[in-house]
Design a protein around this ligand. Structure first.
Ligand code: SF4
Length: 580
């Protein structure tokens, strides 16, 4: 993995492909690489859809190897949603295939002129860019069906749906899973719009003729990976909870803790949470059956397999198993308690290319504004369809929750730096509130998952209702996450490595054996700090100040039932999160 592929879509005579070594970016992968390139090459004050912005697609350092759970893909740019730096992370097959091809990053850059729509193929022969207007406005599933006719289904596709082509601020980049379904998404921050602004509809990554990457020290690698997998299987969350129930196991947990934001963050519990819980979902999936119904990996080589496949009542594939955050966003957040409706909304989001969190929160804000009623399932489906078709109302929804709130005169927009809050109320889970406020990415639970020590009692035990100690917890998790996002390992390995020192050591050993390094835990922490400093620097130059590291004021004013708490972590402590 020593090549960076650049595609200048604005070159005279048509897109120009160049290739270069890693140079000053050597040692970086995944988020470290996307953020390093964006920080060095994108003017922080540029328009996110303009020619100066770049889209960087980078697998992690372990991509293409046999290391378990290491096939995550990073996508970076200046975000159209937040106006700051963005790294969005996806599963799917593309990261491992890019790794096997020796590609550390693909950079889309330059000014796209005219109406040409590009299809890019990357394989052992090189990179081919073709104009293919027949792909215009195809939803992701139809696009993959069409591409399959010429490419087969042994490739991976990285694509945008109509939302990305229309350059909506809520638009994703889809990545195909092992069954060649475009069900995995770099979801947050509107990265699809940046790909759309470069005129690129799809990137086909063909690994034919490649092999898995060989470690520098194969024996050491094998032993370390075995110990790592054993540690993942030993831990209660990664060994049992996630494989059996998926991430939606959190619905009952958060609801019982009073931190489940229902009705557009109007209360901390949802009275029909049991109807959409992970336990109910797993029972339904078992009853309906079908391949990979309750346990499935988003990419091959994951030993946790937190995902699943959702079939309708007639046994037809509907979508991948909706994640907890999706079930919450389209479910309890909107007063909807029908899993089939949630699954349908998840499919529509994936098909058009919308982030399920941003879309669910946008609909919740629209419900608060009275556009439709809370609980109106048919109305919610209609709104996503409108967004997918680009009607005027749909374009408002596709611009994200903050825009919906502005258009309809709603104060209660649960966003930070323009990005919608996920499925944990910051008043009752204060550690995650600190992450929402201070993350370089806008409101993002994955940037520093303080739910672990606050609620799950993993990696510590901090009272979720108390402001004390939350800044320290969030800081440490944000640093660790930035480093993890650079390796390509899935964030969910954090449950095991936070609780089990030997599993953490085994993970670091797989990296060392793969690359012939001798990294220590301290080196990993330093990498995380380096990434956050770069990202903070970019955001500061883009105009962000400490006033942007705050939650909307109503979270400090309106008590949340049932605990009747407000967000009360002092501003001075929020200002210290990045003081390292
Ligand atoms: S744990 Fe889940 S999200 Fe993570 S790599 Fe495995 S299947 Fe994908």
């Amino acid at each position: 993995m020593d090549r960076i592929i650049r595609i200048d879509v604005g070159a005279p005579g048509g897109p120009r492909v160049t290739e270069e070594g890693l140079g000053k970016y050597a040692g970086f992968g995944g988020r470290a690489l996307t953020s390093a390139i964006v920080c060095a090459e994108v003017p922080p004050t540029c328009h996110p859809l303009g020619p100066e912005n770049k889209l960087v697609i980078a697998p992690g350092l372990m991509a293409g190897s046999a290391a378990s759970t290491s096939g995550r893909l990073s996508v970076g740019c200046k975000s159209p949603l937040t106006g700051g730096i963005k790294e969005a992370n996806s599963g799917g097959q593309a990261a491992h295939y890019l790794g096997r091809l020796g590609i550390a990053a693909i950079v889309l850059e330059g000014e796209h002129n005219g109406s040409d729509l590009y299809k890019i193929t990357v394989n052992t022969d090189g990179v081919k860019v073709e104009v293919d207007k027949s792909l215009a406005l195809l939803p992701n599933y139809a696009l993959c069906e069409k591409l399959k006719e010429t490419c087969g289904d042994s490739v991976a596709v990285i694509s945008i749906g109509p939302a990305g082509e229309r350059k909506m601020s809520n638009s994703t980049i889809a990545v195909t899973d092992p069954e060649f379904r475009p069900s995995r998404h770099a979801g947050r921050g509107g990265v699809g719009a940046v790909m759309g602004s470069k005129g690129v509809k799809a990137i086909i990554v063909d690994p034919a003729g490649t092999k898995m990457r060989k470690p520098v020290d194969p024996e050491k690698f094998k032993a370390a990976n075995r110990a790592f997998v054993e540690g993942l299987k030993r831990h209660g969350v990664t060994g049992q909870g996630l494989p059996v129930y998926g991430t939606n196991i959190l619905t009952n947990v958060l609801n019982e803790a009073g931190g489940y934001p229902a009705y557009n963050f109007g209360q901390g519990q949802f009275d029909r949470a049991a109807d959409i819980s992970g336990e109910t979902q797993a029972a339904l999936e078992d009853e309906r059956g079908g391949p990979g119904s309750s346990t499935h990996g988003c990419h091959r080589g994951c030993s946790i397999q937190c995902s699943g496949t959702y079939y309708d009542k007639d046994g037809n594939y509907l979508t991948k198993q909706p994640e907890y955050e999706t079930v919450w966003a389209h479910g309890g957040n909107c007063g909807i308690s029908d899993l089939d409706v949630v699954a349908k909304l998840d499919f529509l989001d994936d098909n058009y290319g919308f982030d399920t969190i941003e879309m669910g929160v946008s609909i919740g804000v629209a419900m608060e504004a009275g556009v439709i009623e809370f609980g109106d399932a048919e109305g919610a489906i209609r709104l996503v369809e409108e967004a997918g078709q680009g009607t005027p109302l749909g374009c408002i929804l596709g611009a994200g929750a903050a825009t919906v709130a502005r258009c309809f005169g709603v104060e209660r927009a649960p966003v930070v730096k323009g990005q919608a809050m996920p499925a944990y109320d910051p008043r009752a889970v204060k550690g995650i509130g600190v992450t929402y406020a201070t993350s370089t990415q806008g409101a993002d639970h994955t940037a520093g998952y303080a739910v672990a020590p606050n609620i799950l009692k993993v990696g510590g035990d901090i009272d979720p209702l108390s402001p004390e100690g939350q800044a320290d917890v969030s800081r440490n998790l944000q640093i660790a996450t930035a480093a993890l996002d650079s390796t390509g390992f899935c964030l969910f390995v954090a449950f095991a490595i936070l609780d089990q020192q030997d599993t953490f050591d085994a993970m670091v050993e797989t990296i060392n054996a793969m690359h012939g390094l001798s990294l220590t835990g301290d080196d990993v922490v330093e990498l995380g700090k380096t990434i956050l400093r770069m990202e903070r620097g970019f955001n500061a130059s883009a105009g962000f100040t400490k006033e942007h590291d705050r939650l909307p004021s109503y979270f400090t004013r309106e008590p949340l039932k049932p605990h009747n708490v407000v967000f009360d972590v002092p501003g001075e402590e929020l200002d210290q999160v990045h003081a390292f």
